[in-house]
Design a protein around this ligand. Structure first.
Ligand code: C5P
Length: 237
């Protein structure tokens, strides 16, 4: 179960990131490198995680013309990341071309094919916010619509809150990967996450991977906190 726990490396410097990877690489399955850490430290931080024995989920949410996203995806895959993601709102052609070009490059150059995920609608977006950018369908319709488009485009899965799980499972089946952030152990602070679920609830709802940051990073004993989350995930099966 610990392979399904992803720790969010939400820090702004290399030394802090390395400290967390050294402490937690035996406790979690992957480390999420996002826009802040990658913009500050670049590909070296991905290499560091791998040198320390960890795997990387590169969370850069690419959204651009098909050629640009496909080429960025190839570079992510060349770095040896285990997973990376793109915005499904970039469209079917963008997703299809990315999957195809990354597959071709992986086969040609002999590197491992990463899991390619789609971001549907950010959890920070409400129905009203979608309407303001001209999208009149509510979030509950947009999420399964975009997840289906991602699946049809050859993507491996999506990033989504556990609340959206049943909609995605109904639209895309059980084989489609769902990665869930916003997870909080029953006893932990919610921080700025509003629609939280516990690790047990997320796994029971069908999440394949859980992204957890502050409940581990801000714990008195982060190693113990990670182990407790894994135990709660096991209890949720
Ligand atoms: O500290 P916390 O556990 O809230 O961190 C969750 C991580 O997942 C953060 O890196 C955050 O950016 C990310 N995330 C999220 N909600 C989403 C998508 C990503 O919290 N909908």
């Amino acid at each position: 179960m610990k392979e399904r726990l992803i720790f969010a490396l939400d820090v702004d410097n290399f030394a802090q990131a390395q400290k967390w990877v050294r402490m937690l690489h035996a406790e979690v399955g992957m480390f999420k490198v996002g826009k802040q850490l990658f913009t500050r430290c670049g590909p070296e931080v991905v290499q560091m995680v791998r040198d320390e024995g960890g795997e990387v989920f590169l969370d850069l949410k690419y959204h651009d013309i098909p050629n640009t996203v496909a080429k960025a995806g190839i570079e992510a895959a060349r770095l040896g990341v285990k997973m990376f993601n793109v915005h499904t709102l970039g469209g079917a052609a963008m997703m299809q071309r990315t999957v195809e070009e990354v597959k071709t490059a992986a086969a040609g150059e002999g590197f491992a094919l990463p899991v390619i995920l789609g971001v549907t609608i950010l959890t920070s977006s409400s129905d009203a916010e979608l309407l303001a950018v001209g999208i009149s369908k509510p979030v509950a319709e947009m999420v399964p619509l975009l997840a289906t488009l991602a699946k049809q485009s050859g993507m491996d899965g999506v990033v989504a809150s556990a609340q959206e799980m049943s909609l995605i499972r109904a639209a895309c089946g059980d084989e489609f990967i769902v990665v869930t952030p916003g997870v909080r152990p029953a006893t932990a602070a919610k921080d700025d996450q509003c629609r939280v679920v516990t690790p047990g609830q997320a796994v029971a709802a069908g999440s394949d991977y859980l992204v957890v940051g502050r409940p581990i990073a801000q714990a008195v004993d982060p190693i113990l906190a990670a182990r407790e989350i894994v135990a709660q995930m096991e209890a949720g099966v």
